[in-house]
Design a protein around this ligand. Structure first.
Ligand SMILES: Nc1nc2c(ncn2[C@@H]2O[C@H](COP(=O)(O)OP(=O)(O)OP(=O)(O)O)[C@@H](O)[C@H]2O)c(=O)[nH]1
Ligand SMILES: [Zn+2]
Length: 212
C-alpha cells in the first residue's frame, strides 16, 4: 500500500487541557495512606508501606489517557486500498476503564466500524483510540460518543459505528451487586445515522463468524 502520510492538526476538542495542578508524588502517597486508614488497615504495617507508592504508579499508568491525544493517533492515513471502499470493522477491542462515579473498573469490549471516504487508517490506531479514552475516568455513554466523534472528525469518513459492551464493577462488587450484567451502548454517525439497514449490517458483521 502506498503510504500517504498526512499530518493533520488535531481538533482542539480532543486535546485535553494540560493538567496544571497535578499533585506531587508525596501528596498522592499521603492521600493513598489516608485511604488505607479508611479501609481500617494500618498503612505502617510491613505489607502496606510501599503500597502508596505502588498505587501512585499504577494510577499514572491506568489514567495515562489524559496525556495522550486520540486525534493525533489518527493523523497518519493511507489512500484507500484499491478496489475496497466498504465497511471496515475492528471488533472485540478489549479495554479496561474506570467509571467516573466510583473510580471502579469498567471491563468491556468495543466494536468500531467506519465507511472510508478516500482514506483509511491503520487498524491498530482504532484500538489505540479506544485505549486512550478508556484510560480516562468515563461513563460508557461518553466513551462511546468520544470514540465515534474523533474518528468522524479526523478521518471524515462517510460514517462511523461504535458499539461498546461492558460490565461495570460498581454494579457487581458493591451497591446493587449484579454480577454478569452487561451494558450495551451504540452510536452512529454520517451515513449510518438514518439508515437502519446499515446499522443492522454493522451489528450483523460484529456478531458474524464467532464474534461476541
Ligand atoms: N449512565 C451511566 N451510569 C453509570 C455508569 N457507570 C456507573 N454508573 C451509575 O452511576 C450511578 C451513580 O448513582 P448515585 O446514586 O449517584 O451513586 P450510588 O449511591 O453509588 O449508586 P448505586 O450504585 O446505585 O449504589 C449508579 O447508578 C451507577 O450504576 C455509566 O457508564 N453510565
Ligand atoms: Zn461506578
Amino acid at each position: 500500500m502506498d503510504a500517504v502520510i498526512k499530518k493533520i492538526m488535531p481538533p482542539a476538542a480532543y486535546m485535553e487541557k494540560p493538567v496544571t495542578d497535578r499533585p506531587t508524588q508525596a501528596e498522592v502517597e499521603a492521600a493513598v495512606s489516608v485511604l488505607l486508614r479508611w479501609t481500617g488497615d494500618d498503612p505502617t504495617r510491613e505489607g502496606l508501606v510501599d503500597t502508596p507508592q505502588r498505587v501512585a504508579k499504577a494510577y499514572r499508568e491506568m489514567f495515562n489517557g489524559y496525556d495522550m491525544c486520540p486525534a493525533e493517533e489518527l493523523g497518519r492515513t493511507f489512500e484507500e486500498v484499491a478496489g475496497y471502499d466498504d465497511l471496515v470493522i475492528v471488533r472485540d477491542i478489549k479495554f479496561h476503564s474506570h467509571c467516573e462515579h466510583h473510580m471502579v473498573p469498567i471491563i468491556g469490549r468495543a466494536h468500531v466500524g467506519y465507511l472510508p471516504d478516500g482514506k483509511v487508517v491503520g487498524l491498530s490506531k482504532i484500538a489505540r483510540v479506544v485505549d486512550i479514552f478508556a484510560h480516562r475516568l468515563q461513563t460508557q455513554e461518553a466513551m462511546t460518543a468520544q470514540v465515534a466523534g474523533v474518528i468522524q472528525d479526523v478521518l471524515n469518513p462517510r460514517g462511523v459505528a461504535v458499539m461498546i459492551e461492558a460490565e461495570h464493577m460498581c454494579m457487581a462488587m458493591r451497591g446493587i451487586r449484579k454480577q454478569g450484567s452487561t451494558t450495551l451502548t451504540s452510536t452512529f454517525t454520517g451515513s449510518f445515522k438514518d439508515n437502519p439497514e446499515e446499522q443492522v449490517r454493522f451489528v450483523t458483521m460484529v456478531r458474524a463468524g464467532g464474534g461476541s
